[in-house]
Design a protein around this ligand. Structure first.
Ligand SMILES: *Cc1c(COP(=O)(O)O)cnc(C)c1O
Length: 485
């Protein structure tokens, strides 16, 4: 061994150079966010830039500063736009600088949140306890931080299936069931629930999609009829999925009525609250969510309306034992100890699918500490108010029309000059949306409601100002007329 050569590891050869670079990254991050409103919300990645991602896997080391330079040139300028005050597409949060810094610190510590006795486990336990407090869940309930609402729904529905199947599904599989299991949700249910039902081996035919009322909430009579019909036909109903904040229009299903139905039929009450559950923080919305505390399981998304950087979702489960029974599997190499590293209360790997897990709890913990529930709640209340403000602008303008009742913070509307066929209106509004995005002005997304294409504005955005909606409406009308001309 040549003692003149530095011992090779993946650490920087020069820590002081790395310190300088790291400081530069932080400075760039802060400038990036502080100036975000001045930049276009979105711009396409130029072809020449896209071409740089076709190089083969690097086989030699490079200077970290050069690697970072490449990031600055080819990646940083072409963000999705979620950080911008006029980003209202799909349903996303903005993130925060503290959330991003928490991710940095979490990665620096690099714990594996599968389990073990270390401070990070205590952080996740505390975050889960806070989420129980926010939703009115009992202290003995269990939970898990997950990648997002999709995973939270999958975990919740897995426990529902395993608990109510009437056979030992983990051992015998769904093959052993005499009756087919059925799950109920409205036609507005998020696709992640269907994926979960498919993954659980039940088949999407067994997810009964119940019609909705004019306000896009589940029709309770149709729901009851469907369950009764299935019981008569020899199916075994196991779960109703209520949505608190549907993705299309922000509708909140009648949670107390669904809780009653689940009690009556002895089935699992799962709430997909990826959009709305965290609005329990808002003094103006909380009442609409009454009944959520009666759920057997709730899916929450913290990277949406709580603005924790992606990924951060949460599932809460009323029956800790049912939760543990669905996922715990302890091979000899994961044995726990009374003392030492393998002791400790939190074996998160026994409550979900992942073994190795990131320390996403830190960004949630820091976000809640930095802002507190009241300020986070005010951000939610303001978005709801901004949705009403936008609704007023639409109603006051001759060429715009609302396509659905405004639920929570979601507004669906279209440009309608009055003399066009439905098909022409769909084409026209599709083009308006593309122009809004391509001109970098605003980024709503779209949906289709009763065959009508509409521009969908989902305002989970702590940076949006009321003026931003004036800009949206003025520009959409101007673009509409210029396309017609
Ligand atoms: C976004 C969303 C999901 C999926 O959550 P992810 O965080 O994207 O995995 C599920 N349900 C609803 C109602 C949603 O809006």
């Amino acid at each position: 061994m040549n003692s003149n050569q530095p011992y090779e590891t993946l650490d920087p050869q020069d820590w002081e150079k790395m310190r300088t670079l790291a400081h530069q990254m932080i400075d760039d991050s802060i400038d990036y966010l502080a100036d975000v409103a001045e930049r276009p919300v979105w711009q396409p990645v130029p072809e020449a830039v896209a071409a740089t991602f076709k190089t083969p896997v690097p086989d030699q080391p490079a200077d970290p500063a050069e690697v970072y330079d490449e990031f600055l040139t080819n990646i940083f300028p072409y963000s999705m736009g979620t950080i911008h005050p006029r980003f209202w597409a799909w349903y996303m949060g903005n993130g925060t600088i503290m959330g991003a810094l928490a991710d940095l610190m979490a990665s620096v510590m690099n714990p594996n949140m599968g389990g073990g006795n270390h401070a990070a486990s205590l952080v996740e336990i505390q975050v889960l306890n806070w989420m129980k407090q926010v939703t009115g869940f009992p202290e003995e309930a269990s939970g898990l931080l997950v990648s997002g609402g999709s995973m939270a729904n999958l975990v919740g529905l897995t426990i529902a299936r395993n608990t109510l199947a009437g056979v030992d599904v983990r051992r015998q599989g769904i093959q052993s069931m005499a009756k087919k299991l059925t799950v109920y949700a409205s036609t507005e249910v998020h696709s992640s629930n269907q994926k979960a039902v498919e993954l659980l081996g039940l088949g999407s035919d067994c997810l009964r999609k119940i019609p909705v009322n004019a306000d896009y909430t589940i029709n309770l009579q149709a729901l009851r009829d469907s369950i009764d019909q299935d019981l008569r036909s020899g199916f075994q109903p196991i779960c109703i999925i209520a949505t608190s904040g549907t993705v299309n229009t922000g509708a909140i299903d009648d949670l107390p009525a669904i809780a009653d139905l689940c009690d009556e039929y002895g089935i699992w009450f799962h709430v997909d609250g990826a959009i709305g559950a965290i609005a329990m923080l808002s003094d103006t919305v909380r009442e609409q969510l009454t009944g959520i505390e009666r759920a057997h399981s709730i899916a929450l998304d913290l990277h949406k309306w709580m603005h924790v950087p992606f990924e951060a979702g949460c599932v809460l489960v009323r029956d800790e034992k049912a939760h543990h029974d669905s996922f715990a599997l302890t091979p000899e190499y994961l044995l726990k100890a009374e003392r030492g590293l393998a002791s400790g209360p939190a074996w998160f790997s026994e409550y979900g699918i992942q073994l190795s897990r990131s320390f996403r709890a830190l960004k949630v913990w820091m976000t809640l500490k930095e802002h507190g529930t009241q300020r986070l709640g005010r951000m939610i209340s303001r978005n709801v108010d901004q949705a009403q403000y936008l609704g007023q602008l639409i109603e006051n303008s001759a060429n715009l029309e609302l396509i659905a009742p405004i639920g929570l913070d979601i507004v669906c509307y279209r440009f309608n000059p009055g003399d066009k066929s439905e098909e022409a209106l769909n084409d026209l509004n599709r083009e308006i949306l593309l122009e809004l995005q391509e001109q970098g002005i605003a980024a709503p997304s779209s949906t289709i409601l009763s065959d009508r294409y509409c521009i969908r504005v989902a305002i989970a955005n702590h940076r949006s100002r009321y003026e931003d909606f004036d800009v949206l409406v003025e520009t959409a009308i101007r673009i509409g007329h210029s396309i017609l001309a």
